[in-house]
Write a protein of this length. Sequence first.
Length: 483
Amino acid sequence: GNSNGISNGISSASSNNLNSSGGPPKISETRRNRFLMYLLGALGLLLIDRVCRRPYLLLEPELSTLFHLCKNLDGFSPKNSALRRETAAKILTSLVQRDPDARLSLINQGSLKQVLALLNPKGPGESMVQFCMASLLATLVLDDDVMNLIRERKEAPIMFDACLILLQGTLNKLERELERMVGNNVPALEPVDADHDAFDIEMGVRLAEAASQAMWGSAHYCVMMDPIQVKADQITALGKMGVMCYHTQSLPLSRVCHCITATLATLAASPDAAMLIMTSPDDVVLDALMELLEVLESDTFEAANHVKASACAGVAFLSCHPIGVEGDECMNGPFRLKLLNKGAFGALLRAALTSVLDLDCNHVIQQASAIGLMYLSTMAGELEASELAMYAALLMDSDNSEMIEFLMAGMWILLRNPYNRGILGTSFNPSPANAVAKNMVSKLNDAITVHEVQNTVNEKLNRISMAISNNNNNNNNGNSDSE
């Protein structure tokens, strides 16, 4: 077949104005709908097979037939429209999920904007169409070739923004539906409308999960652009949504919360986005990250470990700035004092000391916490005895060699402070059977001794310098008197 033949057939079947003067007799809705459903059924079966997908992509690289049938066409009953739109959306999503060539073709032909337009599909079947398009986007972000192409076409920002708006709207609808059903008084993200249709909560949660995954993936490519294509109000919205998901324990939103927190962590790695996080109104975003550092798992919040790992990574990235500098420049950071004042040092210690069952998450939590603690140590000054004790306990209990390296570096920095040395010198009492811990204590005691000796040397050098200076002054005065 050819593209024009398919397009003409669809155009005829989807139009209900075919009986104009001199034209063919009007075709009934039943017959037109039957034709389109037969067409979709055939496409759905054929496109399962890669052998059939190849010629179809050559015929319609922009996937125009499927996009057209996802629209709310005139001349069809709501029931028939809903079924046709949902079927077309499912076939389109299945095609994109199955075939990397279809994904590349879709982006190359500029059809991403059609997908984004269908995230707000008014009319019959809109919920399923919306979910399918969000799932399609969530698939795209897993394909590096596709996302690099999206970045080259400068379409990552519109994808990120569309997903964020969809996520905001979906969470607000879920909240409104909870209020309607159980009379909750949790503040909504937007004012609650008095009149609204019942919202399918299960579908809403699945939609939020797909939208948040697509948002997270596109955020990475937004911060790769120069300048970054992320706005302050978008980052503020992320902070609010993250806390809302954690507080809404009556719904299983932990996966959504994970994607939101991971998005913030991705943004925190960028200097410009990090500044937006640290300067958000009323510290709403930073406070959200600090709260999500210490989330607890529950029956409905099953992904707490992933949320905590992402929050640890976010705070660690904020602590690292300016990223890439070396030597003495590492000893100061633009955000460290504020993080310390917010209690980030203790929060990272508690996160690292509280092991989680998921080994991958536990590794990220401990590694990110150790890096964050190392950088925060540079400006921490005198720490509370309880935090120093936790630091010592973390160092003694860890069996992660990379983590120990970061912690030892941070400890060396902390030991430069006389108060910290005084506390830490009495904090270590390892088990005699733990040879590694005993060896580590020996090294720390050596470090304490080195710092003490260094201080003594510096004091004596200062005294010698002052004595020499005074002697020179006296000699100069004596010479003046003799003259």
